[in-house]
Design a protein around this ligand. Structure first.
Ligand SMILES: Nc1ncnc2c1ncn2[C@@H]1O[C@H](COP(=O)(O)OP(=O)(O)OP(=O)(O)O)[C@@H](O)[C@H]1O
Ligand SMILES: [Mg+2]
Length: 258
């Protein structure tokens, strides 16, 4: 079983990284060889799981072909979880690939060389719909869309789904929406309850049953380079992401067998 899942939403601060890191850790914890791929120049996913070392090559060098993709993969403190790390230098990618007709295929082509070594690949993306996010979508089987239940929740979500359609039309017909996950929910507020209803009304069955609640432990764990499961195994955050991971795996498996 192989699946590559991109976590994307062009809005900032919607829990893309938190979701990518903790889902990847949960997959590894369930015994799946998992690779977390960071293609965000902010490098939040990378620094959540490893100590950065500027002497090592990173995503920019791998995507421009200066080094083999395997060279930027490191083990993490989570057994079974590796990371392909990004650094701020990745912000130069767009300029470096300007005029390159394969620019959108870079990540897919590079991942090809290591794909067999992993059961699941989870890609964390920057809050834009530019070349990098398109690279992630071209390289993926699935898009996972995190949406916090705010008044503006649905704004912009359709732009991302338009991009999904465009990518599906040509470079990657195999891409599909795996689901929408409601993140950072504070169900005590009426605005959140209303927004949750609106999101479920708009996306229907695509919305995962599991809802990720606001939980301060999820905010703290990256500073300790730990997933929520190691940092606070009894927290609400660990429970939520554990359940989400089960639902995600079940959906992938159901898609494969249908
Ligand atoms: N369920 C949650 N409860 C509390 N804090 C959370 C939760 N999910 C994420 N956060 C915190 O909210 C902030 C934004 O989350 P995160 O970095 O995952 O979002 P992002 O979509 O990756 O942001 P960006 O667009 O900048 O990449 C972080 O400080 C994170 O720790
Ligand atoms: Mg992020």
């Amino acid at each position: 079983m192989h699946a590559t899942i991109t976590v994307a939403n062009q809005k900032g601060g919607v829990a893309k990284t938190t979701t990518a890191v903790n889902l990847a850790a949960a997959f590894a914890g369930a015994g799946h060889r998992t690779l977390l791929v960071d293609v965000d120049p902010q490098a939040n996913a990378s620094v959540s799981v490893i100590e950065p070392d500027p002497s090592r090559p990173s995503m920019l060098e791998a995507l421009t072909g200066e080094v083999r993709f395997a060279k930027i993969i490191s083990p993490t403190s989570v057994e079974g979880l590796s990371v392909a790390e990004a650094r701020i230098s990745l912000a130069k990618l767009e300029r470096q690939l300007m005029g390159d007709i394969d620019a959108h295929y870079r990540l897919r082509d590079r991942l090809q060389h290591v794909r067999e070594e992993f059961d699941y690949i989870v890609i964390d993306t920057p809050p834009t719909l530019g070349l990098i996010t398109v690279n992630a979508l071209v390289a993926s089987d699935y898009l996972l869309l995190p949406l916090p239940p705010t008044y503006y929740a649905l704004e912009g979500a359709d732009d991302l789904l338009d991009t999904l359609e465009q990518v599906r039309r040509r470079p990657n017909p195999d891409l599909s929406l795996l689901g929408v996950v409601i993140t950072m929910a504070d169900q005590r507020t009426r605005i959140a309850r209303d927004a949750i209803r609106k999101i479920r009304g708009h996306f229907g069955k695509a919305v995962f049953r599991t809802l990720i609640s606001r939980n301060v432990r999820l905010e703290e764990s990256p500073a300790y380079k730990e997933s929520i499961f190691a940092f606070a195994p009894n927290s609400r955050g660990a429970e939520d992401y554990g359940l989400l991971a089960q639902e995600v795996l079940a959906r992938v498996q159901a898609n494969r067998s249908s």
